[in-house]
Structures are given as structure tokens and as C-alpha cells.
Write a protein that binds this ligand. Structure first.
Ligand code: NAD
Ligand code: DAU
Length: 332
């Protein structure tokens, strides 16, 4: 049994990870989360209080981080400013959290000699052409496009340097686009699901031909536990479930699964610098560590996600109007 510190554990993927840990291990968890607009204590509701404790605080608060590192065996670092569109309007919080926050955690990992797993994104590799047979691998050169992805790339490089220079016991994973419950309504899939549930037409950036490689958040969680258990210190693992879909197809599927005409959506202003395609080759994780995803049927996973949003309006409704007003002000 381990005691884990999970940063960003009240966010989308972090809270899915905490649920996964409680359901699949005997571990206990301290969640360190600033509860920004993206964090929600309600995402941890119902979890046993003797196994999950939420501490509201900033990962860049060195004194708090030092205190918490002394109480755990290992740290899984999810906390980040995570939304590309926000990073195009106000990059500063991305530098503060993704760079300075990660630096603060690495210094604590070094001082306390604690196992550290850094959660990152496939966006550090830039994008691929639509017709390129290639996929990202662990040796693809870094080429980030947005303020968000460049700060994530910077945080990855900090982790690598702290491993090499200071012997920090860290691993890194770079995952593709996640979907599932507890994702903020600013993001593509929950935005379109909640639009449809509210009778608003889905909004597709540009032509909708951009491709994302979708993985269920629970599969991301099982991959992270696998890496914590069996990963080799200093190594990077790409996480993906062969889920490439273009955005237009995803919107049409959401409309079909909710009983709407599949052309009942709007094209809106494209994202500046919009990455065209992401695609993950997760051979290393599968062959070296023996991981396999469980959610192979995207349509079934999407249907379950639609059902979750239909059943949990109390969770998402408070953020919905503000998000839509913000997008409307940008023509999106
Ligand atoms: P999210 O925005 O839903 O959650 C981020 C969480 O971090 C929130 O709970 C927020 O309150 C917290 N946080 C932000 N700044 C903080 C700070 N300074 N101190 C403490 N807590 C802070 O993000 P997400 O989509 O769950 O992403 C989690 C991680 O996974 C990120 O590192 C992201 O880069 C990575 N990732 C996300 C995806 C995806 O598809 N969403 C894919 C690959 C990797
Ligand atoms: O690839 C991993 C990344 O996936 C993570 O690192 C990020 O944290 C996560 O937010 C996600 O980034 P994307 O930019 O790919 O996700 P987003 O949900 O913002 O958009 C997905 C695609 O949908 C993208 O091509 C933009 C498009 N889009 C998005 C919104 C919000 C639309 O067409 N309409 C929309 O309303």
C-alpha cells in the first residue's frame, strides 16, 4: 500500500485517476489542488474520507509542497493550466503553474528523494499532416505550437534535467486527448455534449478536419499506474489507444447519439495556430510494460460520457453560461 500525492486531483484527468486508484488499489491519496476555475471538489465527492484528502493550495507554494512531500511515498503530477484557447488569450498562468509549479515540485522531489511521475501531453511534439502515415513516438523531436504546449514541453525538459543532474527518480508520460466524465465544459467533447443538451448548436472550429487521438480517461489512469509500478526511472512513455477521429466525425456522432440531425452544427472561427493532427504510437508502453487499453469502442465510451453529462447537470451547469459567453466574444 502506498501514500500518493496527486497534484491537480480535482481536475478532469486527476480526479479520474483518484477514482481509479480508490477502485483498483489499497493506496491512499492526498490531492493538492488550487481549485482554479478548472478544479472542482465535487469531482471527488463520494470517495472514502479515510483514503482521499483534498488540500487546497498552489503547487508553486514551496513550503506547502515541502510539507506534503514529507507525508507520501510517491507523487503524480497532473496540475496544470490545460486549455490551449485560454493560453492564446492569457499565457501568464501557464508559465506560473506549468513551469514554476513543476520546478517547485521537482525541488521537493529532489530534497525528499521521492518517486515522481510527470503527466504531459502529445502536444509537445507539434502536429502531423492529415495524410502522414507517421505517429508520434518517444523519439519524435519536440516542436510545440501554443503557449500551453510550449510550457508543457518546458516542464518535460525540467523533469529530464532534474533526473540527469540531480538523480530525481522521475518518469514522464505524454498522452493523447482524453474524454470521459468530469471534463470541464470549455473542452471540445463536453462543450458539444452540453450544447446539445441545452439546445445550442455544436461549434466546430474551421472546417472540422483536425484529427485528435481519443483515449478514455480511465485508460490513461491505468497506464499511469502501470508506469508508477513498472516504469524505468528517466524514461518517457507515450500513452494512446489508437483513437484517431476528425472533429467533424465526433460532432456528428454526438448529434446522432442524442437523436439529432447530424448536420445540426455551426462552423465558427478557427483557433490560431490550430494543430492539424495528433497520433500516438504507444508500442513502448504496451510491449515493455504490458499495458493495454480497456475502452476500445469509442462510440460506446462517448455514449456513456453523454449519459454522464445528462445525469450530472448540477456538476457542469454553473460553468456553462460563462464559458459560452467567453467563446461568443471570440466568435467561437
Ligand atoms: P484540468 O484543467 O481539467 O485540471 C487541472 C487541475 O489542476 C485543476 O483541478 C486545477 O485546479 C489544478 N491546478 C491548476 N493550477 C494549479 C496550481 N498552480 N496548483 C495546484 N493545482 C492547480 O486539466 P486536465 O485536462 O485534467 O489535465 C491534467 C493534466 O493532464 C495536465 O498536466 C495536462 O497537461 C495533461 N494532459 C491532458 C490531456 C487532456 O486531454 N485533457 C491529455 C494529455 C495530457
Ligand atoms: O492532445 C492532448 C491535449 O488535448 C491536452 O494536452 C490538452 O490539455 C487538452 O485540452 C487537449 O487539447 P486540444 O486543444 O486538442 O483539446 P480541445 O478540447 O480544446 O479541442 C479538441 C479539438 O476540437 C481541437 O482540434 C479544437 C477543436 N474544437 C474545440 C472546441 C473547444 C472545436 O472544433 N470546437 C470547440 O468548441
Amino acid at each position: 500500500m502506498s501514500h500518493l500525492l496527486v497534484t491537480g486531483g480535482a481536475g478532469f484527468i486527476g480526479s479520474n485517476f483518484v477514482h481509479h486508484v480508490v477502485g483498483n488499489t489499497d493506496d491512499s491519496v492526498i490531492v493538492l489542488d488550487k481549485l482554479t476555475y478548472a478544479g472542482n471538489a465535487a469531482s471527488l465527492a463520494g470517495l472514502p474520507e479515510d483514503r482521499v484528502r483534498l488540500v487546497q493550495g498552489d503547487i508553486a507554494d514551496a513550503a506547502l509542497v515541502d510539507e506534503l512531500f514529507g507525508q507520501v511515498d510517491a507523487v503524480v503530477h497532473y496540475a496544470a493550466e490545460s486549455h490551449n484557447d485560454n493560453s492564446l488569450h492569457d499565457p501568464r498562468p501557464f508559465l506560473d503553474t506549468n513551469i514554476v509549479g513543476t520546478y517547485t515540485l521537482l525541488e521537493a522531489a529532489r530534497k525528499h528523494d521521492k518517486r515522481f511521475h510527470h503527466i504531459s501531453t502529445d502536444e509537445v511534439y507539434g502536429d502531423l499532416e492529415l495524410d502522414d502515415p507517421a505517429r508520434f513516438t518517444e523519439s519524435t523531436p519536440y516542436n510545440p505550437s501554443s503557449p500551453y504546449s510550449s510550457t508543457k514541453a518546458g516542464s518535460d525538459l525540467l523533469v529530464r534535467a532534474w533526473v540527469r543532474s540531480f538523480g530525481v527518480k522521475a518518469t514522464i508520460s505524454n498522452c493523447s486527448n482524453n474524454y470521459g466524465p468530469y471534463q470541464h465544459v470549455e473542452k471540445f467533447i463536453p462543450r458539444q455534449i452540453t450544447n446539445v443538451l441545452r439546445g445550442i448548436r455544436p461549434k466546430l472550429y474551421g472546417k472540422g478536419e483536425n484529427v485528435r487521438d481519443w483515449i478514455h480517461a480511465d485508460d490513461h489512469s491505468s497506464a499511469v499506474l502501470t508506469i508508477l509500478d513498472k516504469g524505468v526511472i528517466g524514461e518517457t512513455y507515450l500513452i494512446g489507444a489508437d483513437g484517431e477521429k476528425d472533429n467533424k466525425t465526433v460532432v456528428e456522432l454526438i448529434l446522432a447519439l442524442t437523436g439529432n440531425p447530424t448536420d445540426a452544427y455551426d462552423h465558427v472561427t478557427d483557433r490560431p495556430g490550430h494543430d492539424l493532427r495528433y497520433a500516438i504510437d504507444s508500442t513502448k508502453l504496451r510491449t515493455e510494460l504490458g499495458w493495454t487499453p480497456r475502452y476500445q469502442d469509442f462510440e460506446a465510451g462517448l455514449k456513456a460520457t453523454i449519459d454522464w453529462y445528462r445525469d450530472n447537470e448540477d456538476w457542469w451547469a454553473p460553468a456553462k453560461d460563462g464559458v459560452e459567453a467567453f467563446y461568443a466574444s471570440k466568435g467561437q
